[in-house]
Design a binder for this molecule. Structure first.
Ligand SMILES: [Ca+2]
Ligand SMILES: [Ca+2]
Length: 452
């Protein structure tokens, strides 16, 4: 800007007042030159506010520190009062403490969410730093504005990290159950903090080979279809347990059961959010014995044939199958026929070897009844493979043997046909029977005549 002036009276001054606008922070020296010789200047100093925070990712409840810095970038001391207004957003509250380095606080006031400092005495080239403590009270992203003299505004933003380290532990009541055993799985979830965890969900779907029976949970509900256990909020230090009851419906296999915990709250350590437990199920074979005799009644000296069938109902092959059938001393072994394996007539052990699932085998033992009475013959089967149902592993058959020389007791009316026919020959009187029959027929004829 150039002015050409004149008419300045002796002893008086001419004053030109010119308005300029400060467009950048800094220290600006403005030179005035008169006729190209005299140069005078004036320097204006601007202040440069800066706002920083010591932790831009705090958690709720944490006290964080903001540094409000006012730099004097000029060459003169800032002696005018400078007003700093710090506007705290919803999620932050003043923690009741601040400290100052450099400069002087003329006044401090708190008005609502605003913290107001009036400061001065900031030396050139130095800074005044106000460190103010605020507490994070709500989750969110919070921008904190600092305004200097109503003009300059700077800000710092914090985004809360609400975090909770969840841990899941899975156990099983029996790591090596048998086929059709009932086992219980326990899933424990713990919140190690530092915050409560929200929308906590465990995924634990029973794998194939396990039949769901029911569950127990002190908190939340388990859905066996989706495998989701909705826990909801889990507070710091809180521990919850889910027990899932199941039936082992598979054999000869290993089952791995996985459980995973998740939450909408940030988890700083995901390595402990899943756990699995496995079970090893041995092979199983349900063997059944069926023993029958060819007769229910016999006379001493008669032949009695015992047929014993061993069935493997599976689900797996049975190995080293042995049937124990030691004959009663009332019987004399005549012969035997096996569909497989070998029978030791002295020990009464029929060794079948392997019996595949669904297969069956038969032994027929031919005997002679030696003495009268109830002759009971037991058979019992075992194998090296687990049998889930031992109630059908033994069977017996009974034959009533009567002596030829002793008259029979009155035959039971319900089972007359069971009596051997030839026993009548030993004790009955055919002539008497014929006479009685004639008498019955005669009386019947008389009765009919009277009716007519
Ligand atoms: Ca975790
Ligand atoms: Ca069985």
């Amino acid at each position: 800007m150039i002015w050409v002036v004149s008419d300045i009276a002796p002893g008086s001054s001419m004053i030109i007042t010119v308005k300029v606008k400060v467009v950048r922070d800094g220290s600006w020296t403005n030179n005035l030159t008169l006729n190209g010789n005299f140069t005078v200047n004036a320097t204006v100093t601007t202040v440069n506010p800066i706002k920083t925070v010591n932790n831009s990712n705090p958690v709720v409840g944490e006290v964080i520190e903001y540094n409000l810095t006012v730099n004097n970038t000029g060459s003169v001391v800032i002696s005018d009062n400078v007003t700093l207004v710090d506007s705290l957003p919803d999620g932050l509250v003043y923690a009741g403490d601040y400290s100052v380095v450099g400069g002087k606080v003329v006044k401090f006031a708190q008005s609502g969410n605003k913290l107001i400092w009036v400061v001065s005495d900031i030396a050139p080239g130095s800074s005044m730093i106000i460190t103010v403590k605020v507490k994070v009270v709500r989750d969110g992203s919070w921008t904190n504005n600092l305004t200097l003299n109503g003009n300059f505004t700077v800000n710092a933003t914090v985004t809360t990290v609400h975090k909770a380290d969840l841990v899941i532990i899975k156990n099983v009541s029996n790591k090596s159950p048998n086929y059709l055993d009932k086992i219980a799985w326990s899933i424990t979830v713990v919140n190690l903090g530092p915050n409560s965890a929200h929308d906590v969900v465990v995924t634990d779907l029973l794998p194939n080979g396990l039949v769901y029976l029911g569950y127990d949970a002190a908190k939340g509900a388990y859905n066996p279809i989706t495998g989701l256990w909705n826990i909801g909020v889990l507070n710091v230090g809180e521990r919850v347990v889910l027990t899932i009851y199941s039936l082992v419906d598979v054999s000869n296999s290993t089952i791995i059961n996985l459980a995973v915990v998740n939450s909408t709250t940030y988890d700083p350590n995901m390595s402990n959010n899943k756990d699995n437990e496995s079970i090893v199920v041995s092979p199983a074979a349900d063997l059944e014995v069926i023993k029958v005799s060819n007769v229910d009644f016999a006379v001493v000296g008669d032949t009695v044939i015992w047929t014993i069938t061993v069935i493997n109902h599976g689900p797996d092959n049975a190995t080293n199958v042995r049937l124990f059938d030691l004959l009663s001393s009332s019987l004399k072994l005549v012969n035997f026929i096996v569909s497989r394996g070998s029978f030791n007539k002295f020990t009464g052990v029929w060794s079948l070897g392997e019996l595949k699932a669904g297969d069956n085998a038969t032994i027929r033992i031919i005997t002679i009844a030696l003495v009268s009475g109830h002759v009971v013959n037991f058979a019992n089967v075992t194998s090296d493979v687990y049998d889930p149902n031992m109630t059908n592993n033994k069977d017996n058959a009974t034959v009533n043997v009567i002596n030829k020389t002793i008259p029979p007791e009155s035959p039971e009316p319900s089972k007359p046909s069971k009596l051997p026919v030839h026993s009548m020959r030993a004790t009955g009187n055919p002539i008497l029977m014929v006479l009685m029959a004639c008498l019955l027929i005669g009386s019947s004829i008389v009765y009919r005549r009277r009716k007519n």
